[in-house]
Design a protein around this ligand. Structure first.
Ligand code: ADP
Length: 374
């Protein structure tokens, strides 16, 4: 197991495209860190620099305290799992799993053959060890019944498990995952996600994982690195990211449905927008002047007529089984979404009163950066 440290890591591609800027991140031994952000934010480039598949143009990268900027991928003691599995189609699952290990051995054994007369016995011992490792990985990932099949005779989820298994048998210092679940359908993605989480619990290996899916990131990561335009926006555990997003971008990127925003102004202890007047939490942040107020949809609650702090028009009601999403409109024309329990009193086209806890209000600067106001 190992630590990974990125210090001032940046990437400018040939032709001058800046993909990543000044990433500083220390991944602890055994930690599961997820790089997350919209397409093109630089997360894959960052991971590929850790893997050694992309040249690092700025900063320093250390794995277990060793500077590896110029160390080739095979000497970094990492294993990477890709979105497209990258399995050898003509090999069985067993061969796919053992292939990397056998390749590593052949170099060493060529030298040994010259110097070690006991080579044959040793080779048999290594064969036994490789077989044992393959069997262990197959057992861990539940792919033992498929060991003699070719990849084309497996489902997408099974193929991805083989790809993970191939990383597992190598027992690397660091596992790197580049969108490994993106090719799977929604149900399988959730199942495989749970398995990956269990695998991490079991192995306590250091893992870095890239995804554009905020839900996947929230459920998998001990820590999330939220990126935008090549720049880290926030680096924190999932609860902090959700409860205390560092800026408007993080606030809107994480959480479904996305956070509601209302532009307005704070004077004294009250937030005001054209059709909104909200008393603020006296123990909350001291803010004043123009702000953007943020409210999570699940923190808005329908209230009895005339008792809510907000009044809106219920435009569309969407049933999701155990809950409903309400598309609302404030009188000032600002749309809001409320996620709540189903109820007979909810009728499209009618006004609705809403309540909320003042402690659930988020405040952001009204400028483009939109930093959280604390
Ligand atoms: P993500 O993984 O977040 O989708 P990438 O790391 O793949 O983002 O890409 C980050 C930025 O770098 C994008 O603007 C992308 O177009 C650019 N980029 C990626 N690969 C190359 C390349 N080989 N040459 C030039 N630009 C690239």
């Amino acid at each position: 197991m190992a630590t990974v440290e990125l210090k001032g890591i940046g990437k400018v591609y040939e032709g001058g495209v800046r993909a990543v800027q000044d990433v500083n991140l220390a991944v602890a031994d055994g930690e599961f860190v997820v790089l997350v952000g919209p397409s093109g934010c630089g997360k894959s480039t960052t991971l590929r620099m850790v893997a050694g598949l992309e040249e690092i143009t700025e900063g320093s990268l250390t794995i277990d305290g060793r500077l590896v900027n110029d160390v080739p991928p095979r000497d970094r003691d990492i294993a990477m799992v890709f979105q497209n599995y990258a399995l050898y189609p003509h090999m069985s699952v067993r061969q796919n799993l053992s292939f990397g290990l056998e390749r590593r051995r052949s170099y060493g054994s060529a030298i040994r053959r010259l110097v070690d007369s006991g080579y044959r016995a040793k080779a048999r011992g290594e064969d036994g060890e490789i077989a044992a490792r393959v069997a262990d990985a197959a057992q861990t990932l539940g792919i033992t019944p498929y060991l003699d099949r070719k990849p084309r005779a497996l489902s997408g989820g099974q193929r991805q498990r083989v790809a993970v298994g191939r990383a597992l048998v190598r027992d690397p210092k660091v596992f790197l995952f580049d969108e490994p679940l993106s090719n799977l359908d929604a149900k399988l993605r959730m199942e495989t996600r749970t398995e990956l989480k269990a695998l991490h619990r079991q192995t306590r290996a250091t893992m870095m994982y890239v995804t554009h899916d905020q839900e996947e990131a929230m459920t998998l990561g001990d820590r999330l690195v939220v990126m935008k335009d090549g720049v880290v926006q926030q680096c924190a555990d999932p609860v902090t990211i959700y409860e205390r997003p560092a800026n408007r971008f993080v606030a809107s990127f994480v959480g479904t449905p996305t956070m509601n925003f209302i532009e307005g102004e704070v004077r004294g202890d009250t937030f005001r927008a054209p059709s909104v007047e909200l008393r603020m939490d006296p123990t909350g942040p001291r803010v004043s002047g123009p702000v953007v107020l943020g409210i999570r949809p699940d923190r808005l609650r329908p209230a009895g007529a005339g008792t809510g702090r907000l009044r809106a028009q219920l435009r569309v009601l969407e049933h999701l089984g155990d809950r409903v999403d309400l598309a609302l409109m404030l009188d000032c024309g600002t749309p809001l979404v409320c996620r709540t329990a189903p109820g007979a009193h909810l009728r499209e086209g009618e006004p609705i009163d809403l309540d909320l806890d003042p402690a659930d209000l988020h405040f952001f600067a009204a400028d483009e950066q939109g930093l959280r106001l604390a």
